[in-house]
Design a protein around this ligand. Structure first.
Ligand code: C5P
Ligand code: MG
Length: 211
């Protein structure tokens, strides 16, 4: 009875939920670069899990600082309780309704933690997956390190570990979403503006809102 009564409003209720696009791809695939373009053109809020963790690491008095640094340097994934709570807080703080969540979910722990806490509070629109070969990704990250990214993991040793994590832990997550028909693959080996042409086609299909 209640269900029947509520059905006409379900679209409306769904619309009220914050909308999320997960952005995944190997280290150096261009996730951050493309997210900043999307954010400018389509009004999504860009939340990078890696950036949020780096910020938390720097926060004076953070009880997680050392653990985060160790995980980042070793290309390992921080427990989801920490990452998900940083993402959730940033979403609330923004006061906005459409989000690109860059570099998340990176493994099964990330996925399960999100499902537990956030999946009822958000609507996942799709997963944007940037495909780029390992050699080019490595070249980009090393270039970024040499140009002064200041990141403790833009070096060959950390990159090898980050790639292992990507292949062993993140690829199964992409496959999980692929089985649900939620993955949009974008080839990411060209120059950023060329890659963005394909990205735009996906986002143009969504309603534009002023976020
Ligand atoms: O995405 P980005 O390359 O900035 O991530 C850098 C590092 O941050 C990862 O290699 C990992 O150690 C950590 N990270 C994490 N969990 C995430 C995203 C990033 O532990 N969901
Ligand atoms: Mg990034």
């Amino acid at each position: 009875m209640w269900k029947r009564f509520l059905r006409p409003f379900s679209g409306y209720i769904n619309k009220m939920l914050p909308e999320v696009v997960f952005v995944l791809g190997a280290p150096g695939a261009g996730k951050g670069t493309q997210c900043s373009f999307i954010s400018k053109e389509f009004g999504f809020v860009h939340l990078s899990a890696g950036d949020l963790l780096r910020e938390e690491r720097q926060r004076p008095g953070s009880e997680y600082g050392e653990m985060i640094e160790e995980k980042i340097r070793n290309g390992e994934i921080v427990p989801v309780e920490v990452t998900c709570s940083l993402i959730h807080k940033a979403m609330q703080k923004s006061g906005k309704t459409r989000f690109l969540i860059d570099g998340f979910p990176r493994n099964k722990d990330n996925l399960d933690g999100w499902e537990r806490v956030m999946s009822d509070k958000t609507k996942l629109l799709f997963v944007l997956f940037f495909e780029c070969c390992r050699d080019l990704c490595t070249e980009r990250c090393l270039g970024r390190g040499a140009a002064g990214s200041g990141r403790s993991d833009d070096n060959l040793d950390s990159l090898q570990k980050r790639f292992n994590t990507y292949l062993n832990a993140t690829m199964p997550i992409i496959e999980h979403y692929e089985r649900k028909g939620l993955v949009h693959r974008v080839k990411a080996e060209s120059a950023p503006d060329v890659v963005f042409e394909d990205v735009k086609k996906l986002f143009n299909k969504l309603d534009r809102i002023d976020n």
